[in-house]
Ligand binder design. Structure first.
Ligand SMILES: N[C@@H](CCC(=O)N[C@@H](CS)C(=O)NCC(=O)O)C(=O)O
Length: 213
C-alpha cells in the first residue's frame, strides 16, 4: 500500500512532509481537507490526530502524527538520499534548527506577519499591533538560524536536511510580506540559503509555485 499523507497543501506542516517525501522519491497518496473547517475533517480525524492538526501519515498500517516524527520516519524507512547529517554535531544542529523553527519561528513568521500582512491585508484587515510585536521575535529567530547555519550551505551539514525542509515552507510564506523580505535581507548568509533552498524543485512543488523561478 502507498503511504498516505493527510492534510491540505496550503498547510506549512503538510508542505514540510511533502518536501521530504519528494526528496526521498516516495510515491504516496494525499487525503486533503480543510483543517479549519471541522465539517470537512475525515470522520476519524480526532483518532488520527488528537490535537486536530495536520498532517498525519500512514504507512503499512503504521499511523503517525507530529511532522518531525513523520519526516524522520520517512527519511529512515525509505530508500533515497539521507536527509540527516552523518556527524552527531551535524544532527544536533539540524535538530536545533527544527526546534527553533517550531518553537520560535512558525507563529510570528507565518501567522503574525504573513497572514496579517498578506492574507488579511487583502481585505484591509491587517492588525498592525500583531505585526509590530512579531517583528522582533522573527528577527531573533532569523539571527538564531543564521548562527546555526554558520558558513554552511544547509542546516547541519553539506547536504539538504530535514531542517531545511522544516524551514522552507515557513520562509516561503514569510518573504511574501515586505517585512519578511527586509528581515531576511538583513541576514546575508540566510538570504543565500533561501536563494538555494527556495529554488529547489521539491520546495517549489510543495509550495505550489512551479511556474515561478
Ligand atoms: N506540532 C504539529 C503542528 C502542526 C500544525 O500546527 N499544523 C497547523 C497547520 S500548518 C494546523 O493544523 N492548524 C490547525 C489548528 O491548530 O487548529 C506538527 O508538527 O505536526
Amino acid at each position: 500500500m502507498k503511504p498516505i499523507l493527510f492534510g491540505p497543501s496550503y498547510s506549512v506542516y503538510v508542505r514540510i512532509a511533502k518536501i521530504v517525501l519528494a526528496e526521498k522519491g516516495v510515491d504516496h497518496d494525499q487525503v486533503a481537507f480543510d483543517v479549519f473547517d471541522h465539517n470537512d475533517w475525515p470522520a476519524d480525524w480526532p483518532q488520527r490526530q488528537p490535537f486536530g492538526q495536520v498532517p498525519a501519515f500512514e504507512h503499512d498500517g503504521f499511523r503517525l502524527y507530529e511532522t518531525r516524527a513523520v519526516t524522520r520516519y520517512v527519511d529512515e524507512a525509505f530508500a533515497g538520499p539521507s536527509l540527516q547529517p552523518d556527524s552527531p554535531q551535524g544532527r544536533a544542529r539540524m535538530e536545533q534548527a527544527i526546534s527553533v523553527l517550531d518553537g520560535h519561528g512558525y507563529r510570528p513568521m507565518v501567522w503574525d506577519i504573513y497572514v496579517q500582512r498578506v492574507s488579511r491585508g487583502k481585505t484591509g484587515e491587517s492588525d498592525e499591533a500583531v505585526i509590530a510585536s512579531a517583528l522582533p521575535k522573527a528577527e531573533r529567530c532569523l539571527a538564531a538560524l543564521a548562527e546555526i547555519l554558520g558558513d554552511g550551505d544547509y542546516f547541519g551539514g553539506a547536504g539538504f536536511s530535514l531542517a531545511d525542509a522544516q524551514a522552507a515552507p515557513i520562509f516561503d510564506y514569510f518573504v511574501k510580506a515586505p517585512e519578511g523580505e527586509d528581515l531576511l535581507e538583513a541576514q546575508a548568509p540566510l538570504a543565500g540559503w533561501w536563494a538555494r533552498v527556495g529554488g529547489r524543485e521539491s520546495v517549489r512543488v510543495a509550495c505550489e509555485r512551479m511556474g515561478a523561478a
